[in-house]
Design a protein around this ligand. Structure first.
Ligand SMILES: [Zn+2]
Length: 295
């Protein structure tokens, strides 16, 4: 549960994952009621009605039978699956890049979590096709939620990579940064991967020090959300900065700056004349900034 009343959009997933069905669900599919989300090389595939949840009747049998398939869960007696579709098989569908699909709100917001679940799982299958212990090709089992090694019998489970993302404040200022791949004027909260052996607070304080040269204190967890590009858990925290002196790591970031609450409020309200743009609504960084504005 979140410590405060904020619900980032990728936390919204209406599916009941039904782990107890995973064992034999792929052999017992129901073409009359099953729904398929087709993903192909970072694209979402749509049917002729521009829908992303496609019935079995609309799909070629070879695609249904030969593709990597993962059981996502149940909603109102429909079982939802995701299929990993090859570029050749994808040609008969409209393909929309996953990021555009999300940013242009082509999926109702209360279903975004399904996309996070599906893309994270298929990405994991793509990057973990071979046993990490002995190197033999592993096999997807348990409805796509595990890969077993036929040689050494090791069971491999899907991974999620935790990232700390920080609302850093000093008085009525907060810290924003711009990555090297960001669009013009786009800023976000500082963030970084957690390392093995660290707590959330230790990771947040380390990343803040490494990226901006700022000493922080009083780390407080706020809320989190999955992020499917490709498979992260974004953990949102608040940190108080001890001072506003910056020593920026330009290998990591293009720009870091302190902005006033009044300016963030103005940009959030649509003012386009400031030096920065805020992150999109699907990003937890935007939830962190909105939380600060409302605090
Ligand atoms: Zn093995």
């Amino acid at each position: 549960m979140n410590a405060i009343d904020t619900q980032p959009l990728f936390t919204l997933n209406p599916l009941d994952r039904m782990d107890h069905l995973r064992g034999d669900i792929l052999a017992n599919r129901n073409p009359a009621t099953d729904k398929y989300l087709l993903l192909s090389k970072g694209n979402v595939l749509l049917n002729s009605s521009k829908e992303c949840f496609i019935s079995a009747a609309e799909l070629p049998e070879t695609l249904l039978n030969d593709s990597l398939c993962v059981f996502l869960g149940d909603k109102e007696d429909h079982h939802y699956f995701t299929l990993d579709v090859t570029p050749e098989q994808a040609e008969q569908f409209d393909a929309i890049p996953l990021r555009a699909f999300v940013m242009e709100q082509m999926l109702p917001e209360d279903q975004l979590g399904i996309l996070a679940e599906a893309n994270s799982l298929l990405s994991w299958h793509h990057s973990h096709g071979f046993c990490a212990r002995c190197g033999v090709k592993s096999k997807a089992v348990h409805g796509g939620w595990r890969r077993d090694c036929p040689s050494c019998e090791t069971e491999h489970f899907p991974r999620t990579d935790p990232v700390v993302i920080m609302l850093v404040t000093h008085g009525d200022k907060c810290l924003l940064g711009r990555g090297h791949n960001f669009a013009e004027r786009r800023f976000s909260c500082l963030a970084g991967f957690m390392e093995p052996g660290e707590t959330i607070a230790q990771a947040a304080l380390r990343e803040l020090w490494e990226e901006a040269g700022v000493k922080g204190k009083n780390v407080r967890y706020l809320f989190d959300q999955p992020w499917p590009f490709p498979s992260n858990l974004m953990i949102g925290v608040h940190i108080e900065a001890q001072d506003t002196q910056l020593t920026i790591d330009y290998n990591e970031l293009q720009e870091v700056m302190w902005v006033s609450k009044a300016d963030v409020k103005a940009v959030a309200a649509g003012d386009d004349d400031k030096a920065f743009l805020l992150p999109p609504r699907v990003a937890i960084a935007r939830n962190l900034l909105d939380h600060w504005l409302n605090d």
